[in-house]
Structure formats: structure tokens, C-alpha cells
Ligand binder design. Structure first.
Ligand SMILES: Nc1nc2c(ncn2[C@@H]2O[C@H](COP(=O)(O)OP(=O)(O)O)[C@@H](O)[C@H]2O)c(=O)[nH]1
Ligand SMILES: [Mg+2]
Length: 416
């Protein structure tokens, strides 16, 4: 009977949940997948890890100690959970930025804690607001608007220290001006995540002769065209009126924000940690390849038969922490963290003997060491071809190690 079909139900369920969650998070944090593999980030972040943590995680990966990796990531996630995401609200003066912040917080203009609004220029220096009940650990920064002075967009952004913010909301109304376009261009250049909010929609609706859907489309098209002309990738766009904080695109905006907040919060962290893991695995691969060239696998890994592919693969898997027991413990650790249940020790012991993790990974396409057939000794007849096969097994094992590390990082992130 196939090993997979022999697996008890509860183990199946655990792993199905593990894989489903990984897929869910993959979608949730999809901007990373590109940046992770390209080694270049899509968005810049203020929220990274300390050199000590980076060193510790590198050491754990070198030792092939995935449980230690999980522990470090867990602690880091815990400490970053208190990180306050900084959101800057900017635009031309009078566009409705302060009013927008109040509406986002579901408060009026005349409450004790509301951002001052008005036809005269009311916001003279950046002011911080929060809404712990709706957006915990978030700072909403009301910036003085552009346009009131002859200041260039560049010097305005420098003065506002825009690089210190995690997300920028560009507010526009009446027209999408050259300042709005310049802000968007600069955000893209700085790799800052940004949204465009078109406000005062009630005015547009009351003065327009077009039916509402057509008017909304034409506002969106106008913003899109202006950005496209400057090759700015379309950002999330929302059309709102502060007099209806639960209508138009306000709910969509809050939903998008809720989804993006954990991504923003942990983005820098996961990105940095993954890069460290990737670099460490690559360095380990290079060092093992040297041993292969020097015919030194026996000394380093205690391999008795360098022509035995199974023995070699097992040794490499062990060195990266991908042996069955380690993977099983990883799965348990991740399961415990997310589902807060633990397996009985008897069961744990029994399954540690089994190849079930490997079997499950085979089924889900994340198979460890897909060079699954045993090489005949004749394949290793020459030193050259033997080295090549050993390096192939090594490369494949290293790729799986990176995959597992990425999965650990992604699964460690709390989701909304
Ligand atoms: N009709 C309408 N007026 C708005 C809206 N948002 C802001 N305003 C008005 O626009 C003016 C400037 O608003 P304010 O928030 O102070 O703009 P800021 O300078 O960008 O911060 C105020 O008189 C607001 O009442 C809106 O959604 N609809
Ligand atoms: Mg203002």
C-alpha cells in the first residue's frame, strides 16, 4: 500500500491545513513571491531585523536547525507585532485630507480628537492620529498639503520625511493635478506602497449631468490615464465622500487596508530573513560543492559509499534539516502554533518512524529530492559524472530547503 494512503486521518488533516494555509498566505503576500525569487523587493520597508537576529538565523540555517529558525522567526514576529505602521495622507492643500482622516476614523470634524479642517489652510505641520478600535498599531499622519507654496514636490517630500512612512495615501478632489501625478511617480520610484483616494465625490455627483456609474468610470479613467502617461503602475484607487464614510469605496478601502497592514508590518522582516536564509543556503552549497570536487564527502558527512545516491541525498537532507524527523517536528511546531493542539507523545513517536512528511510533500509537489530513483553504481563510473550527480542532488535539496524556509516564514505571519 502507498505510504500516503496509510497515513492516519488526523495527520492528513493537519497537513492539508498546513498546505492550505501556505497557499492562502502565498496569495495574501503575493507581492513577495516575485521579490523573493528576484532577490529584489517590490516595496521598500522601514521595518527590518537587527544584525543579531540576522546572525542568529544564519547560524541556525547553517546548522540545519529548522526548529531554531522557527523560534527566531516567532520571536521576531512577536516583537514586530507592536510595530506601528505609519501612514501618510498627502495631496494638494484643500483636497480634503484632514476630513478624509476623520472619516476613516469614523469621527466628525468637531470632536476633541479630530483633525482640523476648513477652507483656509488648517494643517501646517504633520499631525498624528490613531484609531485603535478600527486600526490598531496604526499612525495616520495628516501632512500639510502641497500647492499652497511654490515648493517643488521633491523638496516637499524631503521636508515631510516621506521615506519614514510605510504607506502613502494620495488624496485628490476636483482634479487629478500635476502634483498628484508627481507624487505618484515619486512613490513608485521610491518603491513606496501607495493608494489614490478621490474624495468629495458627493460634489461631483451633485453637479454632474452624467448617471452615477458613468461619472465614477470617467473619474477613474482620468486618474488612470494621467498615471499611465507617466508609466506609473495602477495603484489601489478609491472614490469616497467624507459625508458617507460607509458608502462608495470607503468599505473597500478599509478592507484593503486591513489586508495590507500585516503585509506591510511583516514585509521587511520576512524579506530580510528570507534573504539571509537564501544566502546561507547558497554558501553552504558552495562549500559542499568544494568538498565534492575534493572527493571529501566521506570526511564531512561520513558517507561510506559516494556512489550511493540514497545515502548522499539523506546526508544532504540532514545537513539542511530536511530529514524526516526534522520535517516532522517542523510540521508539528507550525501546527501547534496555528491550531493550538498537540499530538499525543505516543503518536508523535510512532510517526517519527514513518516517512509520512516526505510522502505528503511528494503528493503536494514539494517533494524533497525529486531525483527519486536510485542511481546505479555504473552511473558513477567516472569521477566527473559522479560529482555532477552529487551536485545535482545537492542543488535540488538546497532548492527544497529554501522552499521549506520560505514556507516557515510565511506561515509564521499572523493573518487578518
Ligand atoms: N462636499 C465635500 N466637502 C469636503 C469633503 N471633504 C472635505 N471637504 C471640505 O473641503 C474643505 C477642505 O477640507 P480639509 O479636510 O481641511 O482639506 P485639507 O487641506 O486637504 O486637509 C473643507 O471645507 C471640508 O469641509 C467631501 O467629501 N465632500
Ligand atoms: Mg488639512
Amino acid at each position: 500500500m502507498d505510504l500516503v494512503t496509510k497515513l492516519p486521518q488526523n495527520i492528513w488533516k493537519t497537513f492539508t491545513l498546513f498546505i492550505n494555509m501556505a497557499n492562502y498566505l502565498k496569495r495574501l503576500i503575493s507581492p513577495w513571491s516575485k521579490s523573493m525569487t528576484a532577490g529584489e523587493s517590490l516595496y521598500s520597508s522601514q521595518n527590518s531585523s537587527s544584525p543579531e537576529v540576522i546572525e542568529d538565523i544564519g547560524k541556525a540555517v547553517t546548522e540545519g536547525n529548522l526548529q531554531k529558525v522557527i523560534g527566531i522567526v516567532k520571536d521576531e514576529i512577536q516583537s514586530k507585532s507592536r510595530y506601528r505602521v505609519k501612514i501618510a495622507v498627502t495631496g494638494d492643500s484643500g483636497n480634503g485630507m484632514s476630513s478624509f482622516i476623520n472619516a476613516l476614523r469614523f469621527i466628525g470634524h468637531e470632536e476633541e480628537d479630530s483633525a482640523p479642517t476648513g477652507v483656509v489652510r488648517t494643517t501646517k505641520k504633520p499631525a498624528c492620529y490613531s484609531s485603535d478600535s478600527h486600526f490598531p498599531y496604526v499612525e495616520l499622519w495628516d501632512l500639510p498639503g502641497l500647492g499652497a507654496t511654490a515648493q517643488s514636490v521633491e523638496s516637499y517630500l524631503e521636508e515631510m520625511q516621506i521615506s519614514t512612512y510605510d504607506l502613502i495615501i494620495i488624496v485628490a478632489s476636483e482634479q487629478f493635478s500635476s502634483n498628484h501625478v508627481k507624487l505618484a511617480i515619486t512613490m513608485q520610484r521610491m518603491r513606496k506602497r501607495f493608494y489614490v483616494v478621490w474624495t468629495k465625490l458627493d460634489r461631483d455627483l451633485s453637479t454632474s449631468t452624467f448617471p452615477e456609474p458613468q461619472l465614477l468610470q470617467s473619474i477613474q479613467r482620468n486618474i488612470r490615464d494621467n498615471l499611465q502617461k507617466e508609466k506609473v503602475k495602477e495603484p489601489p484607487m478609491f472614490l469616497v465622500s467624507v459625508f458617507k464614510p460607509e458608502s462608495h469605496d470607503f468599505p473597500k478601502l478599509r478592507e484593503t487596508l486591513q489586508k495590507d497592514l500585516p503585509v506591510i508590518k511583516y514585509h521587511g522582516l520576512v524579506e530580510t530573513l528570507y534573504q539571509v536564509c537564501e544566502k546561507t543556503v547558497n554558501e553552504r552549497v558552495e562549500s559542499i560543492k568544494k568538498s565534492i570536487d575534493e572527493d571529501n564527502l566521506h570526511t564531512e558527512f561520513g558517507i561510506s559509499d559516494p556512489g550511493n545516491a540514497i545515502e548522499i541525498r539523506k546526508a544532504f537532507q540532514k545537513t539542511f534539516g530536511l530529514d524526516d524527523i526534522s520535517l516532522h517536528l517542523v510540521a508539528l511546531e507550525m501546527k501547534n502554533k496555528h491550531f493550538n493542539t498537540s499530538m499525543e507523545s505516543q503518536e508523535t513517536q510512532r510517526y517519527q518512524q514513518d516517512d509520512w512528511v516526505l510522502a505528503r510533500l511528494y503528493r503536494t509537489g514539494t517533494r524533497v529530492g525529486s531525483i527519486g530513483f536510485d542511481y546505479m553504481k555504473c552511473c558513477f563510473s567516472s569521477h566527473h559524472s559522479r560529482c555532477k550527480q552529487q551536485k545535482d542532488i545537492l542543488d535540488e535539496t538546497a532548492a527544497k530547503a529554501k522552499e521549506v524556509l520560505l514556507k516557515i516564514l510565511r506561515l509564521s505571519i499572523p493573518h487578518p
